[in-house]
Design a protein around this ligand. Structure first.
Ligand code: DQA
Length: 146
C-alpha cells in the first residue's frame, strides 16, 4: 500500500520551457525530485510515468493495482477536460487518486473549468504551482495511512 504511482499527462515533459508565466519554471525532473523528498520523509515509494498519449496513461492506470500500487497522484493535463477513458480507468482500479494542477484551472478559460477526473478522485488540488503536487502527495499519503 505504500507504493504511489505519479502520472504526468501531455506536454508536462515541456515544463521549464512551456508558458512559464502560467506553469512556473520548474522542470518535470525538479518536480519529481521534490516529490521524492516528501516520499522519503513519508515512508512511501514513487513510480513516475509521463506520457503524451491517452492510451498509454489508460494502460498504466489499468495495470497499477496488480503491480501493488496503493494510490495514484495524477496531473492529467489537457486530458483532465476530455478523457472519459482515463476517468473510467481510475474508476475501474478503485485506487485512492488525487488530481493536481499547477495552474488554477477554475480561473482560466471556460473549457478548463470542467474536470472529468474530479468525480472519480478523492480530491483535487489546483493553482499552487509545484506545491499542488507536494500537497497532493501529502494528502494521498494521509489517505493511505488512515
Ligand atoms: C494543467 C492545466 C490543464 O488545463 C492544462 O491542459 C495542462 C496543465 C496544470 O497543471 O495546470 O496541461 O493540468
Amino acid at each position: 500500500m505504500n507504493k504511489i504511482l505519479v502520472i504526468h499527462g501531455p506536454n508536462l515533459n515541456l515544463l521549464g520551457q512551456r508558458e512559464k508565466d502560467i506553469y512556473g519554471s520548474a522542470t518535470l525532473a525538479e518536480i519529481n525530485a521534490k516529490l521524492e523528498d516528501v516520499a522519503k520523509k513519508s515512508g512511501v515509494t514513487l513510480t513516475f510515468f509521463q506520457s503524451n498519449h491517452e492510451g498509454e496513461i489508460v494502460d498504466t492506470i489499468g495495470k497499477s493495482s496488480k503491480e501493488g500500487i496503493g494510490g495514484i497522484l495524477i496531473n492529467p493535463a489537457a486530458y483532465t477536460h476530455t478523457s472519459i477513458a482515463i476517468r473510467d480507468a481510475i474508476s475501474a482500479v478503485k485506487l485512492p487518486t488525487v488530481e493536481v494542477h499547477l495552474s488554477n484551472i477554475h480561473s482560466r478559460e471556460d473549457f478548463r473549468h470542467k474536470s472529468l477526473i474530479a468525480p472519480v478522485s478523492s480530491g483535487q488540488i489546483s493553482g499552487f504551482g509545484v506545491d499542488s503536487y507536494l500537497l497532493g502527495l501529502q494528502a494521498l499519503v494521509n489517505l493511505l495511512k488512515h
